[in-house]
Design a protein around this ligand. Structure first.
Ligand code: BEZ
Ligand code: FE
Length: 295
């Protein structure tokens, strides 16, 4: 190392130490811990890649643009977290590691509070383009006991790959919630999901294109299941055989969540009037008890 290198290394370390010290009086011990680690890793990153001022400026403009394109219906920072794998890493860190419990996956930006309640066997996709799809199963705990009255939120894109909130106007379609019955059973109608691209007309899309990455996600239906005394579960089911199962833009696929969607022709459709073919998927949901984190 030359004298110049030594001088530079000392100057760089001094900045990091000064910033670390500035957070050392934070009231909240957790904030202190988070900021100390963030500063240490962020500075280490800048040192490692020898960040240029032009690149720093580009990054600031990039984040500014991500903020400017975000609205209450478009969340570019969630997309950024998703394509960086930070969302799935956070899911992995926080999901209970309980043997037999249904695995979690990425939440995504398209959940909306206040979805309509549907009756058991009801349809969340009235008027939505796509093939009728009947999804049913049982909510259980890890010991196999049924979980009645679990709240099951479901949401999905239409056959063109768009969620209701991506259209102009206030229509609510392709989402709803229902409650499991006395034996934990649930069922509802929707449409067969199709693969779709995450929104890629903004900064996140540019990053994917510049990295030769696809914005596509395999076909899936989102679930969020909550019941008193149990850890809430945020997950999807993926359609077996769908395109992009081995290249999800947001790294959300887990083999245990890939389900067969069976084509039904000439079978009576449970509780619904369906003229043509429909598909059926069975998905049993296994919840772990609150506070149970490894078993
Ligand atoms: C979704 O599945 O809805 C989704 C997840 C991550 C990014 C964009 C969309
Ligand atoms: Fe989705």
């Amino acid at each position: 190392m030359t004298d110049g290198d030594n001088l530079r290394a000392r100057r760089e370390r001094a900045v990091t130490d000064e910033v670390l010290a500035s957070f050392s009086d934070a009231e909240s011990p957790r904030l202190k811990e988070l900021m100390a680690a963030l500063v240490e890793h962020l500075h280490a990153f800048a040192r490692e890649v020898r960040l240029t001022e032009t690149e720093w400026d580009l990054a600031i403009n990039y984040l500014t643009e991500a903020g400017q394109i975000s609205t209450d219906r478009r969340q570019e920072f969630i997309l950024l977290s998703d394509v960086l794998g930070l969302s799935m890493l956070t899911v992995g860190i926080n999901a209970p590691a309980v043997h037999g419990a249904t695995e979690s996956t990425v939440f995504g930006p398209f959940f909306m509070q206040g979805s309509p309640q549907i009756e058991r066997g009801g349809n969340i996709a009235e008027g939505v383009k796509g093939q009728p799809c009947y999804i049913h199963g049982v909510v259980r705990d890890v010991d196999g006991a049924p979980v009645p009255s679990a709240r099951i939120e479901v949401w999905e894109a239409d056959d063109d790959g768009f969620y209701d909130v991506q259209y102009e106007g206030d229509k609510v379609q392709g989402r709803g919630h229902l409650f499991s019955g006395p034996d934990g059973e649930y069922d509802f109608w929707c449409v067969l999901p199709a693969p779709y691209p995450i929104p890629h007309d903004g900064p996140v899309g540019r990053l994917l294109a510049a990295s030769n990455r696809s914005p596509m996600r395999p076909a899936h239906v989102h679930f969020m299941v909550t019941a008193p005394g149990y850890s809430s579960l945020i997950t999807h089911i993926f359609v077996e055989g769908s395109d992009h199962l081995d290249g999800d833009a947001v790294f959300g696929v887990k083999p245990s969540l890939i389900i067969e969607f069976k084509e039904r022709v000439g079978f009576p459709a449970p509780g619904a009037h369906v003229d043509g073919p429909w598909v059926e998927a069975e998905f049993d949901i296994v919840l772990s008890r609150s506070g149970e984190s490894s078993r």
